[in-house]
Write a protein that binds this ligand. Structure first.
Ligand SMILES: *[C@@H]1O[C@H](CO)[C@@H](O)[C@H](O)[C@H]1NC(C)=O
Ligand SMILES: *[C@@H]1O[C@H](CO)[C@@H](O)[C@H](O)[C@H]1NC(C)=O
Length: 584
């Protein structure tokens, strides 16, 4: 009798295992510029984010989750590859643009970098990215075939190839002739003088009429070209590639499907809903496949400019920005509802995060704030080592496999995604799935055990907080301390943790914007002073000497071992707009 029971139990276990043989579907939701203080379940009492809150209630909420960079491009690249973006040069350099600016430029995530998508594709997943890419695309000659996401493991792509820019909103003038600027005055003078001399020449009959007409045409053509460059192209401190709002909209405001442009300039209002519908459709069409799917839903929200569907405008208590946060949450709800409808909830692993902290300085043309809120953490987007720049929401959910309603304060990183997903899904390690990656060193760690049991691995863990290629801060997690050491710290405007106002304004993380502390780093213990409200640890204490000593040693070894290639974003030829790469 007893033996029979053993058999029955055995068979049930085997059947359960067989049912489990198909790895889970995976959905990654990535918000853009969303602050940790913008979300209900992270302590915001006046915003409405029921879908994110529900995800946290049904899964594991991480309260010490860190972005690998304070800007979109490097943070996204690091999340997808599990590696700091400085390792493959997808970071800026002092006084240069920190992100990819033009679709038609050469900077990009190198094709030899292995992403979560390429790993999952190799493990027979159907893969798709819906939303924002911003990691570069190499279009072919005359803009044919632009295989950005498609060369990084995604079978399909629908969304925006670069990012949103404030200039995408509204319409901008093409004709510009500001005569208060000397260059335009010079242009006008040249034109007048040439035309007059041509007139004199024809009157004095020194040249033939046909030559005069040709000369006039040529002059006008040349001067029109110069005018265009003056009116639509300029140089600023960060970039020799600044284009006018009109040209920006022509060059970068577009929606693509795979490698084809399907809409340009893009229609902003209602775009969040369109992305959600795309994701719904993707889920619907793969719900009954034998292969599992990986969907990367990369929100365009809540980056500037603000936009919403008409019925969503003016709904929140926090102006246009609040409307955008709530619309993001609603769109996530639409995608999650599709999972439920197709009965896929139990076999889908979900992750939600933001690429970096809220942009504190962002204001709209009418003075309304349109940037995020980082709770009590100081600083925001763009600030290398400031906590508000990199502390972001992070939630994992997989019913029956991960605990429900658990909050963990162990420090983790967005870069942990790749190894953690492979491990949770029961797939072989990266080097087994993608043999080319055998020599690839990951900076992210497999945190599946932490998520499942609440207990992480023993031993210290170090995090590097980059400002482009420079290192602004280091974090050391030991048993009972989370030390943070600043090598450079921001000089905020008095009474704030930001640098003024403006959608293009942010505290830069170099030069005169920071205090260099490398001679005597500032040290904090975030376990006892999480918001850095008090005083840093006294440099004369044993604790200071020990902690700073360990981090300095780690840094020394790191610098000796890891060689950063030149920054792709500081090479003018790589970030410049190249007309022949522009897709139609
Ligand atoms: C909630 O988020 C909004 C939008 O960012 C912000 O203005 C507000 O201060 C936040 N409220 C709290 C209590 O954190
Ligand atoms: C993917 O599918 C192929 C063919 O069905 C199979 O040979 C291979 O082992 C699968 N790979 C993984 C990682 O499951």
């Amino acid at each position: 009798m007893e033996r029979a029971w053993v058999w029955v139990v055995g068979v049930v276990v085997l059947l359960a295992a067989a049912a489990q043989a198909k790895p889970p579907n995976i959905i990654v939701f990535l918000a853009d510029d969303l602050g940790i203080g913008d979300v209900g379940c992270y302590g915001n009492t006046t915003i409405n984010t029921p879908n994110i809150d529900k995800l946290a209630a049904e899964g594991v909420k991480l309260t010490h989750h860190l972005a690998a960079a304070p800007f979109c491009t490097p943070s996204r690249a690091a999340m997808l590859t599990g590696r700091y973006a400085a390792r493959y040069g997808l970071v800026g350099q002092e006084h240069r643009m920190p992100v990819i600016l033009h679709l038609a430029s050469l900077a990009s995530l190198p094709v030899h970098e292995v992403t979560l998508a390429s790993a999952l594709q190799a493990a027979n997943y159907t893969t798709s990215i819906i939303g924002k890419w911003h990691l570069g695309m190499h279009c072919g000659w005359l803009g044919r075939s632009c295989p950005g996401p498609l060369s990084h493991g995604f079978e399909s792509f629908f969304g925006i190839p670069v990012t949103l820019f404030q200039e995408f909103r509204g319409s901008h003038p093409f004709w510009k002739f500001p005569l208060d600027e000397t260059k335009f005055q010079g242009l006008l003078m040249t034109w007048v003088v040439t035309m007059l001399s041509l007139l004199v020449a024809v009157k004095k009959k020194t040249v033939r009429m046909s030559l005069v007409v040709a000369g006039a045409l040529l002059t006008n053509l040349l001067l029109a070209l110069v005018w265009f460059v003056f009116a639509h192209y300029s140089k600023n401190s960060e970039c020799v590639c600044k284009v006018s709002p009109w040209l920006h909209q022509r060059l970068n405001s577009m929606v693509m499907r795979d490698d084809k442009v399907v809409e340009a300039p893009m229609e902003l209002d209602g775009f969040s809903q369109r992305l959600a519908q795309e994701s719904r459709q993707f889920i619907a069409s793969h719900a009954n496949d034998d292969r599992p799917f990986f969907l990367f839903h990369s929100f365009a929200h809540v980056h500037t400019p603000m936009f919403s569907a008409p019925q969503r405008a003016g709904v929140s208590k926090h102006g246009r920005y609040g409307d955008n946060v709530e619309e993001l949450d609603e769109s996530m709800g639409v995608v999650l509802q599709a999972l439920k409808e197709y009965g896929l909830e139990d076999n889908t692993l979900i992750y939600f995060t933001s690429d970096q902290g809220g942009h504190l300085e962002a204001v709209d043309s009418d003075g309304q704030r349109i940037g995020g809120h980082n709770g009590r953490f100081k600083g925001g987007k763009a600030q290398g080592g400031s906590e508000g720049a990199i502390r972001v929401p992070g939630i994992f959910k997989w019913p029956g496999h991960l605990p429900k309603g658990v909050t963990l304060d162990t420090p983790t990183s967005l870069m942990d995604l790749l190894p953690t997903v492979l491990s949770l899904a029961g797939l072989p390690s990266l080097s087994k799935i993608v043999p080319e990656a055998a020599q690839t060193e990951l900076d992210g760690e497999d945190i599946s055990e932490l998520l499942v049991t609440g207990k992480g691995r023993k031993g210290p863990r170090f995090f590097i907080h980059h400002c482009s290629q420079a290192i602004n801060a280091l974090r050391l997690v030991t048993g009972s301390h989370v030390y943070k050491m600043y090598l450079a710290k921001h000089k905020w405007h008095p009474g704030s943790t930001q640098c003024g106002w403006g959608y293009n304004t942010a505290c830069k993380c170099y030069g005169e914007f920071v205090d260099d502390m490398s001679h005597q780093p500032e040290l904090w213990d975030l376990n006892t002073d999480p918001y850095e409200d008090g005083k840093p640890i006294d440099p004369h204490t044993v604790e200071y000497k020990e902690a700073v000593g360990k981090m300095q040693e780690y840094l020394k070894q790191w610098r000796g071992r890891v060689v950063y290639p030149p920054s792709q974003l500081s090479t003018v030829s790589k970030i410049m707009w190249r007309p022949w790469l522009q897709p139609y």
